[in-house]
Each structure stands twice: as structure tokens, then as C-alpha cells.
Design a binder for this molecule. Structure first.
Ligand code: GEK
Length: 273
């Protein structure tokens, strides 16, 4: 989260010592205090995704347009959008249900002059009312929403988006093929080792997240986005078991495609993911 934090991030040592009992992961004060270090060392490509969110906002958000960062944590994506839309009077609304995250985000954003237009809300995104928007970001947030509730949230986002609007959805994913599941989990594990996490930290964190972060396959995500009303869905980033998708809502002229993707042969090859 280099874009928010100007001073070195406090190191994440939450799972460094053996715990008598590993309880479910929560986004509390301890996590909020080390979050930039934690997410950068845990999610391969995180800094790139944040930077590209800024470029997407620069490309797609019109003058006076509205953006949402849902499950904003410390507001990295909100800040990227705010900077991407600089000079265009865009409105950025960032929402998270962790009071600790919102408090810390408030402190960090206050230090950043470019972020004056970002509104922070401590609320559950599952029932947070959405106004018309040009861009919505769910950057590694949907994975924490209960499975049966996910489609409803995506439907509300689709409904709120302006014609031609876009949803950016980043998620940790699983794979149907066991070989890829094993290979990419191992690569993620290696990535964390390379970032300085010990075997103990990796294994205790995995246990803590087991019942909290529920990943799905890329195919499930694409199907649900289509079900929610999106017509065009494309993967723009993937590193092992971390992906980021862009889902488009057609503009009034149907420019992003009037035909649901499941009725066409995708990418000309007819193959599915
Ligand atoms: C980033 N997007 O830095 N309502 C609101 N917030 C929620 C909910 C909910 N129902 N469930 C979880 N969260 C950020 C990173 S982190 C991803 C997102 C991670 C929030 C939760 O409090 C946390 O701040 C965030 O979603 C997930 O670009 O830690 O892997």
C-alpha cells in the first residue's frame, strides 16, 4: 500500500509466535496497525493492482463521476481512484465494517492532501445503499462475504453502475484441477516464504483464515457475475491463485456487448475457464 503510507509500514508479526489456540481471523486494531505490510507480503501483485485501479479510474470515470471502494481496509484503492480522477471532481466513497480499519484509514487519508474527496463509512457492504456510480472496486473483499449472499451484492452493484460502468473484482481463487490447486498453493506459500514469513506464521494464518476467507473458482466468479447482470467479464491480472477481473455494464448503445457471454463463444476459441 505504498500509495497511502509515506512512512515504513509496521511489520506484521501477528502469527510469529506459537499460539495455544488459533482463532478465526478478524480485522481488528492489531491487523489494522500492520495491514499494509501484511497485504503486500501476502498477496502477490497487490501493489500493481492498486496502481492499475488508479489508471482505470483515469480512463473510465467521467467528470463528476462516483466511485465505490467496498471493503476498503485502509483505503488504498479509494486513494488510487481519487488520484486517477484528479481534477475531475470525482466522488469516492470507501466502506468497511471494521471500525479499526476505518479509524486508521481516516488518520492515513488525513495526511494525504490529494484524498480530500474520499468519504469513509464504517458499515456492512451487504446492506450499504449504493448510489449511481461509474466504478466499483471489490479488491479482495467478496471472499469474506458468506457464499449465499454474494450474488445479491453483485446484483446491487450492477444495478447501481452507470451505463458503461465497471466493477473491478479481485479474489483469491481455487482450481478445479488438483494439479493447479497444488502448484499455485505451493507458489503462494513460496512467495510468502520469500517475503520473510516463517513456516509457523504461514500455517497459523492459514488456519485463522480457513473459515473466514472462502475462495471459489474463476469459473464460479464469472458465472455469478453473468447471473448478476454483467455481460462482459475479463481477467486482466492473475498471479498464481490471485486474480483480478473487470466486469462491464453495457452503455446505452450496447457498446460493451448486448449478448450474454454464456450465449457466445468466448474469445473466439469457444473455451471456458
Ligand atoms: C485493499 N480492499 O487494500 N462489509 C464491509 N467490509 C467488509 C465486510 C463486510 N461485510 N467483510 C469484510 N470486510 C482492500 C483490502 S481486505 C482483504 C481488503 C484481505 C472488509 C474487512 O474488514 C477488510 O478490511 C476487507 O474487507 C478485506 O485494497 O485482508 O485479504
Amino acid at each position: 500500500m505504498t500509495s497511502v503510507v509515506k512512512h515504513p509500514a509496521k511489520p506484521d508479526r501477528i502469527y510469529a509466535e506459537p499460539l495455544a489456540e488459533v482463532t478465526d481471523f478478524v480485522f481488528d486494531e492489531r491487523v489494522a496497525a500492520v495491514f499494509p505490510d501484511m497485504i503486500n507480503r501476502s498477496v502477490p501483485g497487490y501493489a500493481t493492482i492498486i496502481r492499475m485501479i488508479g489508471l482505470l479510474a483515469a480512463e473510465r470515470v467521467p467528470v463528476g463521476g462516483r466511485c465505490y471502494d467496498l471493503g476498503c481496509s485502509l483505503g488504498a484503492a479509494a486513494l488510487a481512484m481519487s488520484r486517477g480522477g484528479a481534477g475531475r471532481q470525482i466522488e469516492v466513497i470507501a466502506v468497511d465494517n471494521s471500525a479499526a480499519m476505518i479509524r486508521r484509514a481516516g488518520q492515513l487519508l488525513q495526511e494525504d492532501q490529494s484524498a480530500s474527496k474520499i468519504q469513509l463509512h464504517c458499515a456492512d457492504i451487504q446492506d450499504f445503499p449504493l448510489k449511481p456510480a461509474a466504478m466499483v472496486v471489490l479488491n479482495f473483499t467478496l471472499q469474506f462475504i458468506p457464499l449465499p449472499k454474494r450474488v445479491e451484492l453483485l446484483e446491487r452493484i450492477h444495478q447501481a453502475l452507470d451505463p458503461g460502468g465497471l466493477l473491478l473484482l479481485s479474489e483469491k481463487i481455487t482450481f478445479e484441477q488438483a494439479e493447479f490447486e497444488q502448484l499455485f498453493s505451493a507458489m503462494h506459500h513460496q512467495f510468502k516464504r520469500d517475503q520473510g514469513y516463517s513456516q509457523l506464521e504461514i500455517s497459523q494464518k492459514r488456519t485463522a483464515l480457513e473459515r473466514v476467507l472462502l475462495p471459489e473458482t474463476l469459473h464460479s466468479h464469472r458465472q455469478r457475475l453473468l447471473q448478476a447482470g454483467f455481460r462482459q467479464v475479463e481477467t486482466w491480472f492473475q498471479c498464481f491463485n490471485f486474480v483480478s477481473l473487470i466486469a462491464l455494464k453495457p452503455n446505452n448503445h450496447g457498446a460493451s456487448g448486448d449478448t450474454p457471454e454464456h450465449e457466445t463463444s468466448h474469445g473466439g476459441s469457444g473455451t471456458r475457464d
